[in-house]
Design a protein around this ligand. Sequence first.
Ligand code: P6P
Length: 366
Amino acid sequence: EFQEVCETTGVTLTRFMHEVERCNPELEELAQLFSGIQTASKAITHLVKRSQLPSSSVLGLEGNINVQGEDQKKLDVITNDLLKRALRFTGKVGVLASEEEDKPVDVAAKEKEKEVVFDEGSKYVTVFDPLDGSSNVDAGIPTGTIFGIFHHDETCDISDFLESEGDFDPDEANCMVNTLQPGTNLAASGYVLYSSSTFLTLTIGCGVYGFTLDEQLGEFVLSHPCIEIPKSKNIMSFNEANWDLWDEPMQEVHKSWRTGTSKVGQRYTSRYVGSMVADVHRTLLYGGVFGYPADTKNINGKLRLLYEAAPMSFLIEQAGGLSTSGRERIMEIIPENVHQRVPVVMGSKTEVQEVIDSYRKWDECN
Ligand code: P6P
């Protein structure tokens, strides 16, 4: 019956999550987390769509430089605060980490300080990029929210962390160890794409489900049940201006696609929005390969492992695709710090496997 409901296009995300809870009682709190994410996504949809109106107060720069060394936009701050609040009020988040926060926020500890302790139920760690590609908003180009949800383990072993990192108090160490988890530990992940429609795509480890916001209803409705990425597609999605700076194995594969000399034998077309959520969404639905490889300017690539690459890799793998740094499966990389960057090539199995094989061949010969 779960399958039947969860493949019924038109079912709302709220009903979908009730079914998930009914069939998997242990996921009750995860369903409540998605309720918070839904609420925040609707509010961000409204903010982004109205951001360019003269009357809007969310235009322009916040006047700060964030931990990434980037000019923080007002929308970055507003969407970050919005998501933090929505997640905290579920009472199910113990720790959250964000692209816009210097370090993870130990929500549970903060609530204890304020004596406003939420439900002492099991806790989750939520990592997110509140508005990826925010610099594109001014031009009306799609942007997105990316989120990943891990289990939080109050009793996790912090000895190795304390040994390697030294001066952390036990609570902070517990917070960091719970944050720095590999993608294989993800309980759920997803993104919200703010574009022609607002799309919320998620996985809880049993397939990928796409919901579209019906703004008249005010509900996300299931529009893309059981998304499966095509095994191969001649669409490549890279910032080709960096081609001459990429690793040689990456250059070779990309050239074979461009010239039609790869296994597929067709010439590939190039599609690049410059907003990860938009490029990954198209790759999931149409197939092909998206990447931000290492280059001599960014030797670890540009995208963040914890709250961009790993959550997106979970979705891509659940849809039948692959996601690699070139030499490692992204999902297996254990973050050493919250904002660690990683080279990323993800998408259809055929194309990503060609990249993996090219790096392997290059490493064997050099
Ligand atoms: P470039 C947006 O700034 C972002 O973080 C991702 O959404 C996107 O894939 C990438 O950077 C684009 O980077 O260097 O091609 O502009």
